[in-house]
Design a protein around this ligand. Structure first.
Ligand SMILES: Nc1nc2c(c(=O)[nH]1)N[C@H]1C(S)=C(S)[C@@H](COP(=O)(O)OP(=O)(O)OC[C@H]3O[C@@H](n4cnc5c(=O)[nH]c(N)nc54)[C@H](O)[C@@H]3O)O[C@H]1N2
Ligand SMILES: Nc1nc2c(c(=O)[nH]1)N[C@H]1C(S)=C(S)[C@@H](COP(=O)(O)OP(=O)(O)OC[C@H]3O[C@@H](n4cnc5c(=O)[nH]c(N)nc54)[C@H](O)[C@@H]3O)O[C@H]1N2
Ligand code: SF4
Ligand SMILES: [Mo]
Length: 919
């Protein structure tokens, strides 16, 4: 078939980049940035650039969920069933549970990665069809503090800014966000904007020294959780210096006097002490923010995921209001959205604390309006359980049925012990998923295959309120169906069972969107002037859209409150829900890796995305490690009062003393720890937003004492990869520590995929385990080299690649030993270095004096596979200013010239690699 192109959006982050999908009508073959899309103008980050690799035939066949399936009993292997059977049985079970325990025994848990049309269908399914108020979304873990912050201060949940404000701002304050990794295309825009603007100021507030902080003129490395104290200190400085916008305050705001009263006690000296930063830095930040012609703030989970998440948001908005840095080009409080359509979920009201069109379930008149719009009387009339509350209610046995779509709560929710208990206790767990192997899938009674990126039709809204069309390029994989359709079809059977006409009548994405559009009439997000045809013809548009797109809100100083005045919110600083103690002295934060997405169901299907810092680790400050006598690479228990994970230690200067950091991505798909990283975190949440404090847990970090190490690795043909992965993964729970990760293919070795299984245990692994691994790796027969020292528990089984003996690398290996004994073989395998030169070491204890695999230097540029050692070597010969040296490096090695995700690292390497002056 001929090549075709379809415009859509990237399914990862809330930047909402436009993509052009290249395909032949049946298979996706490539992807590139959409040059016409105003979010990215053709650029994509590493994750977006590799999207087509998540839709290859091998991934579709082995990693997608393609057919409806049912478990006869918990723990049993799911059996494929027809859609008809699945829909009928699920509807019957929901009806039975509803009849016996009432509608409130059903909970729906959905996702900011659904399209607006899916959200709308699920909202009706919950509130109109099933009659339960309990519908919430993973946006509760993500954006709810931002939502409530905006509503309290400005009157509506509406980010007032546009991406172009990044180019227009004179001062940018990034707080609790690491856009260099989490919103890379916006960070590219920020970098470019700074280049063109002498005197531009960038302030970063983050307890970690991130790649975002590296670019900053001023990094306030605060103690985690102290943002409110810092903002109060900044405001105190602003007032003291007379930098307040008095006319603006008088004309357009309410409540400044009460706030002034509160921040009087927050002199920068006191804030500096509480936050652990210098007083001078607070004065400096206040000056830049208040006196720059325009100041923009960008913020994300460092503020939102907190037991005072709303107060952190409003304290920052207070600064904007007090200085008049809002409603004008280049200024305003700009909440970065996490997921691609968290905004759409907020607009369509698919959450426990929201109703369609930014309405409020606490208001009877808002319910009445929705009843009229939907033509359904008797909607639940109250707010339902939010995410943490919903799983707690299920764990208590109050919620009997959970229908989960497009999210992986057994990985991403805090306090996994409670979440797992909830999933186990429910009578019915329905999971609607695009990928087959998520942590939650193990608990599902019914698995419903969802169509996903490249296959779905609808709309999404990005961080700047911009609505884009999502378009299908290829047919849905296998039997998978659009999310809205699955909800609608089961909803229709429930309605029939209750003897009434279907309450979700829409047939198709556009129909659903039109219903959603109606709910916005006369509201702050009114899009009644926008049509599907306009979106198709004119491209993405920003709401509100009555007569046209709206790039910026509140330009006339009128806010979305009843009286048009913004509110200063007066909230005292409060410490985190948990605090560190001598028993648990480390403040653990969790966040994102640059090249992976959440539970990695999609991004983890691309081996090359593991090349950048893709290992499970806990990072701590080298000083703390020395004091606790912990060495790099040592396995430790990271333990909170709720649970523990075992991980290798990484010493990292960028982590403050008494801090610790683990990427949020590690769950039981990739590491052996059954409950994953969120075994450790807790469900304490902000009282206003109900968003849990995922950014702070008090933990102990102690040696794990697992001296026996085992590595099992093999390169295989792509079609054999999934089998190998599944067999290795199945063995992970049998070790004290284990991970199983794909190894990016090496140039010149074709399409082979590698899987590396590394594990540790307290005693010599049992012979049965060794026998199982030997079989999984096929390490039997005449061509296997073996060495065993049973007395010392050492074992090596090796097979070389076929071909030229002198150059053949290791194809597969199994090694057992204490600690690092024989670990060099894994480097040799990974780098595909010739084994012959170290031949005599292969089967004897110890390591060769120089290990041909050990030179492996970390990958920096993912697009062109350029490594750190090559970059340093090249830079040593590049002269000139930092910018000139970077340009020369890029001209020679091309690193950082495509997606640009590695630019922050390249700049650091330029700064730390001196030019070698010829002798
Ligand atoms: N590569 C990648 N990008 C993503 C995602 C992904 O999975 N991978 N997910 C997307 C989603 S859903 C989201 S929500 C966003 C999240 O985007 P971000 O919020 O930018 O990312 P995080 O790494 O979660 O956290 C940001 C920073 O908060 C800091 N922090 C921790 N505690 C505090 C504190 O008390 N105060 C302050 N000021 N800072 C603190 C952390 O050190 C961290 O650097 O990323 C989106 N983009
Ligand atoms: N410790 C810790 N935990 C965190 C966070 C943190 O910073 N630290 N961050 C929190 C935040 S901000 C977020 S947003 C959450 C994210 O947490 P999750 O929502 O659990 O993350 P994902 O892995 O993106 O889950 C989305 C699932 O939907 C599936 N999917 C993809 N496309 C489709 C589709 O079209 N239809 C359907 N039905 N399924 C699809 C994917 O395979 C994937 O399993 O994690 C939260 N958890
Ligand atoms: S910044 Fe990257 S992950 Fe986010 S939408 Fe753009 S390409 Fe996708
Ligand atoms: Mo998120």
């Amino acid at each position: 078939m001929s090549m075709q192109e379809t415009k859509s959006t990237c399914p990862y982050c809330g930047v909402g980049c436009g993509v052009v999908i290249e395909h032949d009508g049946t298979q996706i073959t490539g992807v590139r940035g959409d040059p016409d899309h105003p979010a990215n103008f053709g650029r994509l980050c590493t994750k977006g650039t590799n999207l087509h690799l998540t839709a290859t035939p091998v991934v579709i066949q082995h990693q997608r969920l393609r057919e409806p399936a049912k478990r006869a009993a918990r723990g049993a292997t799911p059996e494929v069933i027809s859609w008809e059977q699945a829909n009928r049985e699920i509807a019957d079970k929901l009806l039975a549970i509803r009849a016996e325990h009432g509608p409130e025994s059903i909970g729906i848990y959905i996702s900011g990665q659904l399209l607006t049309e899916d959200y709308h269908a699920f909202n009706k399914l919950a509130r109109a069809v099933l009659g339960t108020p309990h519908i919430d979304s993973n946006s509760r873990l993500c954006m709810s503090s931002a939502v409530v912050g905006y509503k309290q201060a400005l009157g509506a949940d509406a980010p007032p800014c546009s991406y172009e404000d990044i180019e227009l701002a004179d001062c940018i304050l990034v707080s609790g966000a690491n856009p260099a990794w989490a919103h890379p295309i916006l960070f590219r825009r920020l970098e470019a904007a700074r280049n063109g603007k002498p005197g531009h100021k960038l302030i970063v507030i983050d307890p970690r020294k991130t790649e975002t902080a590296e670019l900053a003129d001023l990094h306030l490395q605060i103690r985690p959780g102290t943002d409110v104290a810092l903002c109060h200190g900044l405001l105190h400085a602003v007032i003291w210096q007379g930098w307040t916008a008095d006319k603006f305050i008088a004309q357009h705001t309410e409540g400044f006097d009460a706030l002034k009263e509160l921040v009087r006690d927050w002199a920068p000296s006191r804030a500096a002490q509480v936050c652990g930063v210098s007083e001078a830095d607070i004065w400096q930040a206040a000056e830049w923010f208040a006196t720059s012609p325009s100041a923009l703030s960008l913020y994300c989970q460092g503020l939102n995921q907190s037991s005072s998440g709303t107060a952190k948001n409003t304290a920052l908005i207070n600064l904007h209001l007090a200085t008049g840095q809002i409603g004008k080009p280049g200024a305003g409080p700009f909440s970065l959205t996490g997921q691609p359509n968290a905004m759409g979920g907020r607009e369509s009201g698919g959450m426990a604390t929201l109703l369609p069109g930014h309405r409020d379930p606490a208001k009877a008149e808002d319910w009445a309006e929705i009843e009229a719009l939907w033509g359904v009387p008797g909607l639940p009339g109250k707010r339902g359980h939010t995410a943490v509350e919903m799983f707690e209610a299920a764990a208590r046995g109050e919620i009997k049925a959970l229908w989960i779509a497009c999210t992986n709560p057994a990985q991403s929710m805090p306090d996994q012990a409670t979440v797992r208990q909830a999933l186990e206790r429910c009578e019915l767990v329905v999971l609607q998923e695009a990928f087959a192997h998520t942590a939650t899938a193990k608990y599902a009674d019914y698995l419903l295959p969802a169509a996903t990126w490249g296959e779905k039709e609808g709309t999404v809204t990005n961080s700047e309120r911009r609505i884009s069309r999502v378009r299908p390029a290829v047919p849905a994989a296998g039997e998978s169906r659009a999310d809205w359709r699955i909800a609608r079809d089961i909803g229709a059977l429930v309605d029939a069972g209750l003897g009434r006409a279907p309450r979700i009548a829409a047939d198709g994405a556009e129909d659903l969107w039109l219903e959603h559009r109606d709910a916005t009439r006369g509201r702050d997000l009114d899009i009644t002037g926008l049509s599907w045809a306009t979106l198709d013809a004119d491209g993405p548009q920003q709401w509100p859209y009555v007569t046209g797109s709206t790039p910026r809100l509140y330009t006339d100083g009128r806010f979305a409150t009843a009286d048009g005045r913004a509110r200063f919110i007066t909230r005292p600083y409060q410490a985190t829900a948990e605090t560190t103690s001598p028993q648990r002295p480390f403040a653990l934060t969790t966040g994102r890796m640059r090249d992976q997405w959440h539970g990695m169901s999609r991004s983890g299907s691309v081996p090359k995305l593991f090349a950048h810092e893709g290992r499970p680790l806990v990072r701590i400050n080298p000083g703390d490690a020395a004091a606790a006598k912990l060495a790099e690479g040592e396995l430790v228990h990271v333990r909170s009062s709720r649970g523990a994970v075992v991980l290798p230690i990484k010493l990292d200067e960028n982590i403050a003393p008494a801090g610790a950091d683990i990427a949020m991505h590690w769950g039981d798909e990739f590491i052996g720890a059954q409950l994953g990283i969120n075994a450790v975190t807790h469900g304490a949440f902000c009282p206003d937003s109900k968003q849990p404090e995922l950014k702070f847990s008090a933990v102990a970090i102690e040696p794990a004492r697992l001296p026996w190490r085992l590595s099992a690795c093999a390169w295989v043909a792509p079609a054999d990869g999934p089998r190998l992965r599944e067999q290795l993964r199945a063995l992970m729970p049998r070790f004290g520590y284990a991970h199983c990760l794909p190894e990016p293919a090496k140039p010149g070795h074709g399409e082979q995929v590698g899987w590396a299984f590394e594990a540790a245990c307290s005693e010599v692994p049992a012979p049965e385990l060794i026998a199982e691994l030997t079989a999984v790796l096929g390490l039997t027969g005449a061509n296997v080299l073996s060495y065993a020292d049973t007395r010392r528990g050492r074992l090596r089984l090796l097979r070389l690649d076929s071909g030229e003996q002198q150059t053949a690398p290791l194809q597969a290996l199994l090694r057992v030993g204490q600690y690092d004994e024989g670990a060099w073989l894994v480097d040799l395998w990974r780098e595909r270095s010739a084994a012959a030169p170290v031949g005599r070491w292969l089967l004897s204890p110890g390591a060769p004096p120089t290990n041909p695999g050990a030179s492996a230097s970390p990958q920096v540029c993912n697009c062109f596979d350029v490594r750190e050692d090559v970059i340093r070597f090249t830079l040593a010969r590049c002269s000139g200013s930092p910018a000139e040296r970077l340009a020369k490096l890029q001209a020679e090695k091309r690193c950082g010239t495509q997606c640009g995700s590695c630019l922050p690292t390249l700049r650091r390497l330029v700064a730390t690699t001196p030019e070698e002056v010829p002798a």
